[in-house]
Design a protein around this ligand. Structure first.
Ligand SMILES: Nc1ncnc2c1ncn2[C@@H]1O[C@H](COP(=O)(O)OP(=O)(O)O)[C@@H](O)[C@H]1O
Ligand SMILES: [Mg+2]
Length: 137
């Protein structure tokens, strides 16, 4: 898979998520960077399709943590509304990092020091109304 993609629709970004899902192994931690509306959750929807989850995938903005039983157990976290690191520690964030979960985190910036060092970073950039750049680092 390439390091950088340009997508022209919601579905194209999902497609990149789907392709990316083939490279994932259980235990991986994936960090998603990008502004509000950049397409982070959209990317995760495609990723979960690629992992054979065919239910509805919603943003964890309010729930904070969503869990999906796909090809592997997937924990989808969004730190946007909870910027207090201590609360994430209290929720038990660190317990999710183990070899039975794939952990995906949107807005991880405020909890970087309690996330394992070895992560895959996915960056989404809003170019215009329907164009996004997706790059991996
Ligand atoms: N190329 C594209 N890729 C992803 N989303 C797109 C694209 N073009 C338009 N959109 C729209 O942008 C929004 C992205 O929302 P979302 O994935 O929830 O972003 P985030 O999780 O980064 O806040 C959706 O409404 C989606 O339909
Ligand atoms: Mg989101």
């Amino acid at each position: 898979m390439k390091n950088k993609y340009k997508t022209n629709s919601d579905l194209e970004t999902q497609e990149i998520g789907k392709i990316f899902s083939k490279e994932i192994v259980v235990g991986d931690v994936i960090l998603l960077f990008g502004d509000l509306g950049a397409g982070k959750t959209t990317f995760v929807k495609g990723l979960l399709k690629g992992l054979k989850f065919d239910g509805v995938v919603t943003s964890p903005t309010f729930s904070l943590v969503n869990e999906y039983n796909a090809l592997m157990n997937v924990i989808h976290i969004d730190c946007y509304r909870e910027k207090n690191k201590q609360r994430w520690i209290n929720i038990g964030l660190e317990d999710y990092f183990n070899n039975s979960n794939l952990v995906i985190i949107e807005w991880p910036e405020i909890i970087m020091d309690i996330i394992p060092k070895n992560t895959i970073k996915v960056n989404l950039k809003h170019i215009d109304k329907s164009t996004r750049e997706v790059f991996f680092s």
